[in-house]
Design a binder for this molecule. Structure first.
Ligand code: GRG
Length: 298
């Protein structure tokens, strides 16, 4: 059952947004060697007004496991760097070929294609430099690097993206769509929670609860993304909507219809919130974020 009485996600998020943006900004002060145009494009893409859901998940997971925001912040920045890279590359002509992202021209439109490819390369490597150099102690930093590499790599995010680019597979089933999105979108959501938990020294029980929450949240997030593509508008979403149908993509509303997709997302969010119960108190933000995923318009 989803609780509707506690503070909204935006009330919670306000507390963290400024801190996340300041932390990202400080990590864009790159030393000699980074050309001014590349730096401008990195800043343009990373600091653009995204929702910062993944870094908020890192910090919320750390809080839920009695960890500190400061200790989790490098990991929060690292996941946002990988996410920002994936968006820049996804928008390229060879992939989704988009001209609008986060309410502004996509990186390759504002700069050029070569720069956008290099921005992705830079953000991906900056993420691992941040984890390796700024997460303490070194064993936790190594565990964070391994987890993020796996989630962003060929068997998870990149693999899901490859299947998405290749187009609908043979059976076009819900299970096939779930598997694609568990990798393309869900893996980065799950690993955000894992990194937050790792920086907090979480127990196996806490890790497992957060992972179950992340699995359900990730799929629900993708369903609401598909729904927004049908029912949302460009201005609110900050990106072009209606593209899935134009590109003939297999989507949840395309497969199940709008109402059944919305019910499926609601069920998943209910399961996500239930998964948090063993964690006891300290999960308010995670609960609020789950509700927000159902209600979001961007
Ligand atoms: C290029 C290797 C590679 C992977 C790209 C993330 C991704 C994989 C593609 C993005 C395409 C897309 C619309 C995926 C659906 C879900 C999703 C990840 C939406 C974007 O995330 P938000 O809504 O974005 O959290 P903001 O801008 O708010 O951070």
């Amino acid at each position: 059952m989803v609780d509707t009485q506690s503070p909204t996600f935006s009330q919670h998020a306000q507390r963290l947004h400024g801190r996340i943006d300041a932390a990202l900004q400080s990590r864009c002060a790159l030393a000699d060697g980074c050309p001014a145009n590349l730096l401008a494009a990195i800043r343009y893409s990373l600091l653009a007004p995204g929702k910062r859901l993944r870094p908020i998940l890192v910090l919320a997971a750390a809080e839920a496991c009695d960890g500190s925001i400061d200790a989790a912040m490098p990991a929060a920045c690292a996941v946002e760097m990988v996410h920002a890279y994936s968006l820049v590359h996804d928008d390229l002509p060879a992939m989704d070929d988009d001209d609008l992202r986060r309410g502004q021209p996509t990186c390759h439109k504002q700069f050029d294609e070569a720069t956008a490819i290099l921005v992705g390369d830079a953000l991906l490597t900056m993420a691992f430099e941040t984890l390796a150099g700024q997460v303490e102690p070194p064993e936790v930093a190594a565990a964070c690097c391994a987890a993020l590499a796996r989630a962003a790599g060929p068997c998870r995010m990149v693999g899901g993206q490859a299947d998405d680019v290749a187009g609908p597979g043979t059976d076009g089933s819900v299970e096939q769509l779930d598997w694609l999105h568990r990798r393309k979108t869900g893996a980065m959501i799950r690993v955000s929670l894992k990194l937050g938990a790792l920086t907090a020294g979480a127990s196996a029980m806490q890790m497992e609860a957060l992972d179950r929450y992340g699995d359900r949240l990730g799929l629900a997030f993708q369903i609401t993304d598909d729904l927004l593509d049908v029912t949302g508008d460009d201005a609110a979403a900050g990106k072009r909507v209606g593209k899935d149908a134009r590109q003939g993509k297999l989507t949840f509303p395309g497969l199940l219809g709008i109402d059944e997709s919305a019910r499926r997302a609601e069920r998943l969010i209910g399961e996500a919130c239930e998964a948090l119960l063993p964690l006891g108190s300290g999960t308010e933000l995670l609960n609020a974020l789950a509700r927000y995923v159902l209600e979001r318009n961007r």
